[in-house]
Design a protein around this ligand. Structure first.
Ligand code: PEP
Ligand code: MG
Length: 373
């Protein structure tokens, strides 16, 4: 594990004394979470849950849940996943020791969870007690030409509500357990991905609230938690005033927001972006540094419209841009409360957030003296 020298800590202390925005980390494993804390992250701003299901003892249940032909088989597969998720979240809550943890409900490109090849298909059919032909037909019906613009995010949570209910229950049960064992309240933030319409958030929120209420009732305790959404589609930014009616917080997903605003695949930009950069068609790679004139305006609009509905609405960013100094300056200027970035970028983000706060002051030196006196 890297060690932080005394000079480094002093510098970080200065940065922390002047910055306004909080700095969180994107973390999904205990190792990530420990690294994040080591570098001074003030919480987890994005815990992606997709990779948790690829473990060899889980992926089979995930495939069964997606491919099940009836509700009973689907629910059996989801029930089998609950204990895994509960332990995943307990581990993170323990390491984060009361700091905020935003857990995002499943947002996979669905094809990653479909069975590939004859052997996997046959195994899945046997587990489901169905013929390989029946399962193959269902697989074909689920395949997509553009998975990143398809059946992912909250769309999956709407078509398979038991899945999001299971994750919400696991989060609440884990928070109850870790609050009890540590004597320190865990306040989970449950985040819903790829929302484009307020109707999607309203219905998904109801599923999450019901699952949480059932878990709390079964345990006979109460617990604070919040439910928010990612703003990562242009339509979400444009209708943020309506979406805020059902969101306790917003987190801007600038990776997808860049992809969908430019109409440019985040996985394929390498095919021509080097040419664009070389020929001055674009000043910076927009997947690295926020495109302030375009994508950034949607962030500003989403922030302003969200807070019009809910003054003081908590706002963060968890796309790659959350760790980019130029982008962090922009996020300061539109009033976000926190940035969330990869654990190793947390120190850079702390410095950049301090620089951004100072840049916004008339006399940085004088006001930093006031701030620290
Ligand atoms: C995003 O879209 O910016 C985001 C943080 O989510 P993901 O990268 O997982 O799609
Ligand atoms: Mg996204």
């Amino acid at each position: 594990e890297p060690t932080l020298s005394g000079d480094f800590s002093t510098l970080m202390g200065w940065a922390d004394s002047v910055r306004r925005m909080k700095v969180r980390a994107n973390a999904e494993t205990p190792d990530d979470a420990r690294t994040a804390r080591h570098f001074g992250a003030e919480g987890i701003g994005l815990c992606r849950t997709e990779h948790m299901f690829f473990a060899p003892d889980r992926i089979g249940f995930m495939r069964q849940m997606i491919m099940a032909g009836d509700a009973a088989a689907r629910i059996r597969a989801i029930d089998a996943l609950l204990p895994f998720q509960r332990e995943d979240f307990k581990a993170l809550f323990r390491i984060m020791a009361g700091l905020p943890v935003t857990i995002r409900l499943l947002d996979p490109p669905l094809h990653e969870f479909l069975p590939h090849g004859e052997a996997e298909l046959a195994e899945l059919a046997a587990a489901l007690g169905e013929s390989p032909e029946a399962v193959a037909a269902r697989r074909a019906a689920l395949s997509e030409a553009n998975p990143m613009l398809g059946h992912r995010g909250c769309r999956l949570g709407l078509t398979y509500p038991e899945l999001y209910a299971m994750q919400a229950r696991a989060i609440i049960e884990a928070a109850i357990a870790v609050s009890a064992e540590s004597g320190q309240p865990v306040v989970p933030e449950i985040m819903i991905p790829l929302v484009g319409m307020d109707s999607e958030l309203r219905r998904t929120r109801a599923t999450v609230e019901q699952a949480a209420a059932e878990a709390l009732e079964a345990a006979g305790v109460s617990l604070d938690f919040s439910i928010g959404t990612m703003i990562e589609l242009p339509r979400a930014a444009l209708t943020a005033d309506r979406i805020a009616q059902d969101a306790d917080f917003f987190s801007f997903g600038t990776n997808d927001l860049t992809q969908t605003t430019f109409g440019l695949s985040r996985d394929d930009s390498g095919t021509f972006m080097p040419f664009y950069l070389e020929h001055d068609l674009i000043p910076r790679d927009p997947f690295i540094s926020i495109d302030q004139e375009g994508v950034g305006q949607l962030v500003a609009m989403g922030a302003e419209r969200g807070r019009r509905t809910r003054p003081g609405l908590k706002l963060g960013v968890c796309g790659e841009h959350g760790g980019d100094p130029a982008s962090i300056g922009f996020f300061e200027s539109v009033g976000l409360d926190y940035v969330s970035c990869s654990p190793f970028r947390v120190p850079i983000a702390r410095l950049a957030a301090a620089q951004a706060a100072l840049a916004g002051r008339a006399d940085p030196v004088a006001s930093s003296r006031v701030a620290s006196s």
